[in-house]
Design a binder for this molecule. Structure first.
Ligand code: S3P
Length: 229
């Protein structure tokens, strides 16, 4: 990146001092390569959607297909807190969970270069929605009926323990604009097996790759319409 206009400008500014010039140029190069490394380390795709949309099931299968790692921010939160999501809700409260979740998402977006699934409520946080800009975010869409059927008794989903149908319906209504805000693309899951949904997401990634003539690289960034500006 030493040839970039910014680096050239910085070098010109420091031209009176040879040492400074050298270090400015070196810093420019280091910053450039650090920025390039940071850019390279980003999730292939981030999956968002309500509970029961299949983020974990689809995410695991998709990661296997793409030969990359799968990461789930709920698991990261549990590891950090040393207890289950359900216990965090009961013992520490939802607000505490949301704080841990926001941190977990920020870390995962910066570190993970495979498939990343976010907890269904991660998009409630404004900073998280902002941090998703520039990422390939796929919203796995689901209706009330299928979501309820998939979460079943929801013993480990604290927000759904009482009246899953009513809670999910309210959740879908309230969160629809938030998923729409962060998503680069929406994939409907109703009537599809997890394998079919994986195929749809994969097709989206592959079609997009050809469209933009991007070299196939599961760990690479997919610029263009699939990446939310
Ligand atoms: C939540 C969804 C859960 C988990 C927590 C809160 C939500 O993740 O993060 O129970 O607010 O929708 P899943 O979407 O994986 O169930």
């Amino acid at each position: 990146m030493t040839g970039s206009p910014d680096a050239a400008g910085a070098a010109a500014t420091g031209a009176a001092d040879g040492v400074a010039l050298g270090s400015v140029a070196a810093e420019g190069a280091a910053a450039g390569s650090a920025a390039a490394a940071a850019r390279a380390r980003r999730p292939v795709v981030v999956l968002v959607g309500p509970p029961g949309s299949g983020k974990t099931t689809v995410g695991r299968l998709l990661a296997r297909r793409l030969d990359v790692a799968f990461r789930d921010t709920d698991v990261d939160v549990e590891a950090r807190a040393g207890r289950s999501v359900a216990d965090i809700f009961v013992e520490l409260g939802e607000e505490h969970f949301r704080t841990l979740e926001q941190e977990a998402v920020a870390h995962a977006l910066a570190e993970h270069d495979g498939v990343l699934a976010l907890g269904g409520g991660a998009v409630l946080d404004e900073a998280t929605r902002r941090s998703l800009r520039g990422h390939t975010v796929v919203h796995l869409d689901v209706g009330v009926h299928d979501a309820v059927a998939r979460v079943g008794l929801a013993r480990d989903r604290p927000l759904l323990v009482e009246g899953p149908r009513t809670r999910i319906a309210a959740m879908l209504r309230a969160r629809a604009p938030l998923y729409a805000e962060v998503a680069s693309a929406v994939v409907g899951t109703v009537g599809h097996t997890p394998e079919e949904v994986v195929g749809l997401v994969e097709k989206l990634l592959v079609d997009h790759r050809h469209h933009d003539h991007v070299v196939a690289s599961p760990a690479g960034r997919l610029p263009g319409p699939l990446v939310r500006p």
